[in-house]
Each structure stands twice: as C-alpha cells, then as structure tokens.
Design a protein around this ligand. Structure first.
Ligand code: CA
Length: 167
C-alpha cells in the first residue's frame, strides 16, 4: 500500500514536472525591418572630386574598405552634376582642378540651398594657404594637405560627419 502511494506520488510528480515542460520551443527570428545604426552608417555616400587618378583611386578604395559608398568624379563639372543626382553625405574636393576649380565648386554648392549643408573636406597642395583660407571662409568644414594618409582622411571624414549629425 505504502509502496503504491509512493509510486503514485512519483508518477504524479513526474507528470507535473515532466522534462518536456523545460524545453523551450525555438523562436523563429524574422529579419529585422529596422537596420542597425552600424549598417546605416556604413552606407554613407561620399563623393570624391579629384582629377589625379592615383589619389582618386586611393581615396575611393580606402573609403570603400571603411564601408562608405565612394563615388568618384574627375572634374568640377562632373562633381557638381553628381552632387545633384547622388545627394552625397559628404564631399571630398580637390582644390586644383582643371576647368571649374575646387573653390568655384565650393562657391556654387554653398550658394544653392539644396547643397549648402553638405559637409565638405578640401584636398590641397602645399603652398595653397590662400585657397585654404578662402575655402574655409566659403564654408568648407576641413582640409587636408597632400600628401596625406588615407587613415587621417577617413578620421577627418568621420569627425566632420559626427559634428554634422550633432548639429
Ligand atoms: Ca588636382
């Protein structure tokens, strides 16, 4: 009799806390409709206006490696056209360009309310102090003197984008 009741209570216990009660069925994870911040950041579009192929390709390569969407332009005219069609998040602009030069591109962009707020980092050669001052006064955000390290350029770009997003 005692044995039976013990067996019964064990059976009841095993029924109450059956191991299957602890098995949590796998929850299907649907793809998140909201992209994480890192993904959004990595898709920032940067336009590089530089007539020197070697520098242009170096910058495009390095920005691409950092996860940016780098768009190259060879001339000031092409740069201005791409600003309007691509709406970049930032522009890297060489000042010494054939035809429409960097300062003229800056002036045109800053005059137009549609493009005036796009951050601008100038690329300059040694001895272009007057142009650097003019560019900064026109509203450029930063500059880098050639030859420059791609890592420093990326850091400057990141800093300018961060400043702009905090404004
Ligand atoms: Ca140049």
């Amino acid at each position: 009799m005692e044995d039976n009741s013990a067996l019964l209570s064990r059976k009841r216990l095993s029924f109450i806390i059956h191991p299957s009660a602890f098995i949590i069925p796998p929850i299907p994870y649907p793809p998140s409709p909201i992209p994480c911040k890192l993904t959004a950041m990595s898709h920032e579009k940067i336009l590089i206006v530089e007539d020197e192929e070697e520098i242009r390709e170096l910058v495009v390569y390095n920005l691409g490696k950092q996860g940016y969407q780098a768009i190259p332009a060879e001339t000031g005219e092409e740069g201005l056209r791409l600003v309007r069609s691509e709406k970049p998040d930032l522009i890297v602009l060489d000042l010494m360009l054939p035809g429409v030069d960097g300062l003229e591109v800056t002036r045109t962009l800053k005059r137009d309310p549609a493009t005036a707020a796009i951050p601008l980092v100038m690329l300059t050669a040694k001895g272009e102090e007057t142009d650097i001052v003019a560019g900064l006064e026109l509203g450029a955000d930063d500059y880098l003197t050639k030859p420059f390290s791609p890592r420093v350029l990326t850091a400057r770009i990141r800093a300018v984008l961060r400043r702009k997003s905090e404004e």
